[in-house]
Write a protein that binds this ligand. Structure first.
Ligand SMILES: [Mg+2]
Length: 318
């Protein structure tokens, strides 16, 4: 059984006490948190819902992985804007019969990631619910005017991705097929890490013209950049960096890799790795008129086809 609300909040507050930051003047314990963002910065705010059987399954995902994955979605959005996280807020809806040990493990997963990136848990709410619902809000900042948007890609820009793609979806495919998958700490599916350091490097060097995190898959997320920037894109099959166990379909359409996709002027010089993340050139941006506002993908022998958005639809197919 989950603890009664007051006890549960006291317990979470106690667990969260490890996470502190100089920007957080007051965290859990008042009606509002008080945060003092660095002078001259602009705030970034992102929220994400994690719902049982939509975003995770209790029999597939250990509670610790679910807590971790809940926070990574918000942190990855902050990375996508080239921001720095300041604090997170968690609202939890929990079935009354859920073992408290599950909640403790969930919190451990979330707080371990929060500690790693120095993001204190600064508040939230709890309630009973029919299924587990976790709503994470992450507050971040960038120096004024330095946030990288989806709308800055220009014809001639090159398209890059960090890391390897399709790894998370490859695991999900195995889970769907009824295979047992160990939730190793190194797994990009169970414990993905946000690319905050790579994003900081890119911001400081003023390299990206547009950026997004790959939460839904290249076909969907590059589509968002094309739409917001009013451009087209061409990518090359042979250049797509694939994770072990992934195929081209999973690499193009599989979500939850939490890598970054960014565009940069053709003359920008990029190292092969940024903060440990391999950087791969996968294509270029064209004008909307010449590409019809679409993403084209070129096969190994040069044949061209349109890449339609078909991102991973979480668990909706069952
Ligand atoms: Mg995002």
């Amino acid at each position: 059984m989950v603890l009664a609300e007051r006890k549960l909040i006291a317990r979470i507050r106690h667990m969260a006490e490890t996470g502190r930051s100089t920007a957080l003047l007051r965290g859990i314990g008042n009606d509002c948190a008080i945060i003092s963002p660095p002078r001259g910065s602009e705030l970034l705010v992102t929220t994400d819902l994690c719902i049982e059987d939509v975003h995770f399954r209790r029999r597939w995902h250990p509670a610790r992985s679910i807590g971790h994955r809940c926070l990574v979605r918000g942190l990855s959005d902050i990375a996508a804007m080239a921001g720095e996280p300041l604090a997170c807020f968690l609202s939890l809806g929990l079935p009354a019969k859920l073992p408290q040990a599950w909640v403790d493990e969930f919190m451990r997963g979330l707080l371990r990631l929060a500690t790693k990136f120095k993001v204190p848990l600064a508040g939230g709410d709890t309630s009973t619910a029919d299924k587990i619902v976790a709503d994470i809000l992450v507050l971040g900042y960038t120096p004024a005017g330095a946030a990288v948007l989806r709308s800055g890609a220009r014809p001639g820009d090159r398209i890059y991705v960090t890391g390897e793609l399709g790894g998370s979806a490859a695991v999900l495919k195995q889970l769907y097929a009824g295979k047992k998958v160990t939730a190793a700490r190194s797994s990009r599916h169970f414990y993905p890490l946000p690319r905050l350091q790579a994003a900081r490097w890119l911001r400081e060097k003023k390299i990206p013209s547009a950026m997004i995190d790959l939460s839904d898959g290249v076909s969907v997320d590059l589509g968002h950049i094309c739409e917001e920037s009013k451009v087209s894109a061409a990518i090359y099959e042979a250049n797509i960096p694939m994770s072990r166990g992934a195929d081209l379909q999973l690499a193009l359409h599989g979500g939850e890799d939490y890598e970054l996709l960014f565009t940069a002027p053709a003359l920008a010089k990029l190292p092969p790795k940024i903060a440990g993340a391999p950087i791969t050139l996968i294509g270029e941006i064209h004008s909307a008129r010449s590409g019809g506002g679409l993403i084209h993908i070129f096969g190994e022998s040069g044949q061209r086809r349109v890449l339609r958005p078909a991102g991973w639809q979480h668990f909706r197919q069952i």
